[in-house]
Structure formats: C-alpha cells, structure tokens
Write a protein that binds this ligand. Structure first.
Ligand code: SAH
Length: 231
C-alpha cells in the first residue's frame, strides 16, 4: 500500500463507514437528547468524536449503541449517555476548566470528550496497556492537551493539584478524601460512589474553604475504583 492509500484508508477509518457513519452517530445524539442531555457543546462532541476508534475492530459496529462495551482487562468503555451526562454536569458546575483531572482513562473516549472542554487535562489509569492504547488513539485524533499518568487515581495527583474539576470513571465505596482536598477554589468533583448500589455524586468546594456541598444526581453503574497499579 502506498502513502496515498494509507492516508485514504485512515481518513475512511476516522470518518467511519457503514455502521459507524455520521448518520448512526446522529441517531445516538438524538437518543441522548431524549434522555435529557441538553448541553449543545457536549452533543456536538459526541457527534464528532469517532467512538468506534476506541474499540476493538470486532466491536466497532456497536460503537454508536448507547451501551457500555468491553475494552479488555475486565474494563468497559462507558455508556455514551453517562459520558455526556458527566461532562454536562462538569461544565455546568465548574467556574472554570483550565486544569482538569480524570480518573480511569480506560479506552480514552471520555478523555477525548473532556480534552475538548478542558484547557489542560490530566488522565490517570492503573492498567498500563489500556493507557498505552488510549494514548495512541488520542494521538491519532491529534489531541495534544492530555497528560497521561500511570498511577492509582484514588490518591489523585497531589503534585499537580489543585484542579478546577475532577471526574472519576470508576466507583470507590466512599469518596476519597484526597480527591476532595485536591479541588481548587470552587472546584467540582463528579464521581460514582457505592458498591452494589451506586449513585453519581457532585461535590463542590465552597470558595476556598474546607467545606463542600454534596449532591446526589442519579443511580449509576460503574466498574469499581481498584487499588494499586498493574503493568
Ligand atoms: N471512561 C472510560 C471508562 C473506563 S472504565 C472509558 O469510557 O473507556 C474505568 C477505568 O478506571 C478502567 O480502565 C480502570 O482500569 C480504571 N481504574 C479503576 N481504578 C482505578 C484507580 N484506582 N486508578 C486509576 N484508574 C483506575
């Protein structure tokens, strides 16, 4: 294959063909609207970011269904609805999104969405091969404002704190105190919490005090926030 064909193939892959076409994506966006997602910026991002690139080829024909899908290592690519919802909540609640922390890079799909609303995004993943793959896909999409960290995100990134916003894509049994402490002035944390029964929580620091306003948004289902890292 010569360079021209390589580029052509890449362009087709990026646009998505057949089941991954723009029309299929528009149908997904309509479903999200029907479920109550209303932030236009978020809807535009979902309609433009090629979710099929974050999946194994064997699953890419299902990329625009509104479901979580396996990405290996016992982990899942989050359901588009929840990615949209969490991003919408973050945009609505945060005073600014200059410096944002994501916990649980996974496939990198939520990372790609967040990278378009944050100025600088830090994304932590405990499973090295998932991180490597996500980094590759984001590079392919020319996304360059993301710094990847291989670490246990339950402790946040203390050396890089404070953050304007923190989003976790994995659920701890209870909200880690470290994450709250790494919020800057009026900083917001969006995080699923709980073991069998989980809820999505929005936690907002009151100004520069050590007081937090906590709100339960809705029931959710996430993979657990695990301890330690794996190679
Ligand atoms: N938004 C991602 C969700 C992936 S699932 C996507 O759409 O692909 C959640 C991810 O959190 C998994 O990749 C899992 O390995 C990671 N994770 C779980 N506990 C973690 C921890 N303590 N630190 C960092 N990442 C963690």
């Amino acid at each position: 294959m010569n360079r021209f064909h390589q580029h052509l193939q890449r362009d087709l892959q990026m646009q998505g063909v057949g089941m991954t076409s723009q029309r299929t994506r528009e149908r997904l966006v309509q479903r999200l609207v029907d479920q109550g997602v209303s932030n236009q910026q978020v809807l535009d991002l979902i309609s433009h970011i090629p979710r099929h690139l974050f999946l194994d080829e064997a699953l890419s024909h299902r990329a625009y269904e509104d479901t979580a899908l396996p990405i290996g290592h016992g982990q899942t690519l989050s359901q588009p609805y929840i990615v949209a919802r969490m991003t919408e909540v973050l945009i609505g609640a945060a005073a600014k999104l200059d410096k944002v922390l994501e916990i649980g890079t996974g496939s990198g799909y939520q990372t790609a969405v967040l990278s378009r609303v944050a100025t600088d995004l830090y994304s932590v993943e405990r499973i090295k091969p998932l991180q490597d793959r996500a980094r590759q896909v984001l590079r392919q999409l020319s996304i360059s404002n993301v710094r990847f960290h291989h670490a246990d995100g339950g402790f946040g990134l203390p050396k890089l704190a404070p953050f304007d916003a923190i989003l976790s894509a994995a659920a701890p049994a209870k909200v880690p105190e470290d994450l709250k402490q790494q919020l800057g002035e009026d900083g917001v944390l969006v995080i699923p919490v709980g073991e069998n029964e989980q809820v999505l929580k929005l936690i907002v620091r009151k100004g520069d005090t050590n007081e937090f306003h906590e709100q339960i948004l809705e029931p959710v289902k996430f993979v657990p926030l695990l301890q330690g890292v794996t190679r």
